[in-house]
Design a protein around this ligand. Sequence first.
Ligand code: PHE
Length: 498
Amino acid sequence: MTSDKRGMHGIWASRWTFILAAVGSAVGLGNIWKFPYITGENGGGAFVLVYLLCILVAGIPVMIAEVLLGRRGRMSPIHTMQAEARRQNAPRFFSGIGWMGAVSGFFILSFYSVIAGWTLAYIGEMASGTFNGADATVAGETFGNLLGSPWVLLGLHTIFMIMTGFVIARGVKHGLEDGVRLMMPLLFVMLILLLGYAITTPGFGQGWNFMFSFDFSKLTTESIVVALGHSFFTLSLGMGAIMAYGAYMPSEASLTKTIFTVAFLDTLVALVAGLIIFPIVFSHGMEPAAGPGLMFQTLPIAFGALPGGAWIGTAFFVLVAIAAWSSAISIAEPAVAWAVEKGIKRGTATIMVCVLAWVLGVGTVLSFNEWGDKQFFVTETISESVTDPVSGEVSAKTLSSSFHLYANTTDLKAVPLAEGTERAISGKTFFDILDFLTANILLPLGGLAIAVFVGWLMRREDSANELQADETVYNVWRFMLRFLSPLAILFIFINGLL
Ligand code: PHE
């Protein structure tokens, strides 16, 4: 029934084009924006180590499985999974993996576009010289002003979504290939340049230690879940993006080598981004746990201090925007390819997908201003500081702690406190929920399903045929996919839920 759809979207010009496109998908806001800030929030080195382990144990084996499935199916992930699940006589659940991925894709695209819009704003800010000689205060205020303007954010979100739609509508070959070929190398050059600057800052040693000295006491179960989720997010796994790209991969290209290259480059970019950002954080007495604003509040200071920094900074944000652009395209591709296979014109399909994601994105826009205090899963703890009479040490003693499924944090804060007590509130905004749900739940679940499917349900000769690797490589990969990857994902999940 579906054989007429096979390969209807075109094939990459060569193995290298696939690598470029896959790196274009993998390297994006996840590496430059998200990785540094979650590393900051989760205490540094130990988190980085867990993240690297997750890439190795779960990310790479699942990535190979996903591309293998895509290339075998040569269709959108939804149709590929339906066809392949039938061919392998797998339980029905597995034919739905593609659908789950498409849903995750909508969620991700909706907020991804909003954050990418911030990078567009920073192109303008850099070019107009806002940050010349700027300190942490100026950088913080500029960012705060941006987040406080929902209309500006909405406009930028709209522009970015149109940019994304434009490339997708042109098709993978013409839209995607040309873009990534030029931009990816430039981004690398720029990162190396910035790393050179970071090395000269007084905070470099501290930044390095923050990222690479392992203090396991800082590691919580939630950090481990976040590290696992991020390893999927950063490699574009668990939702079909890389499977869709695999569908356009030439048959003779070596899968394992190709994927190692992609994963290596992606990890390298993330680590370098961290090594640029944290030295600046420490050189300027900033907070590593600043959250989503981290990149936007640190890098401008670096540019402001460099001769010609306004220009370098402008170029840098242009490149980050392009990296985000090439990722956003891949997030939307599975849904668009599916619609095209259903007989809808590529242009129309693109508009449908982008409009839907755009509407959902409005929630993320508002999360940073109007809806900032409307939060879910809110815990409020009231504590008092007590001074130990013997040692004189001051510590916080929790007096009460309450949980609300939903709360308006402004209302919570309005309730007066007893003297000498303090209140801490933590909750999740609309954006936080989408981010958490996709990266930490849906993507790892998608990855788990793919590992089980390819590792356990797909006939050995089928995967061996598609992989075309030598015996040892194949066996190592299959072992990891059957045992290590699913167990690691399950273990982290179960621990995280308890
Ligand atoms: N990997 C991309 C990044 O790190 C984001 C992404 C997630 C792309 C899921 C495709 C699918 O920015």
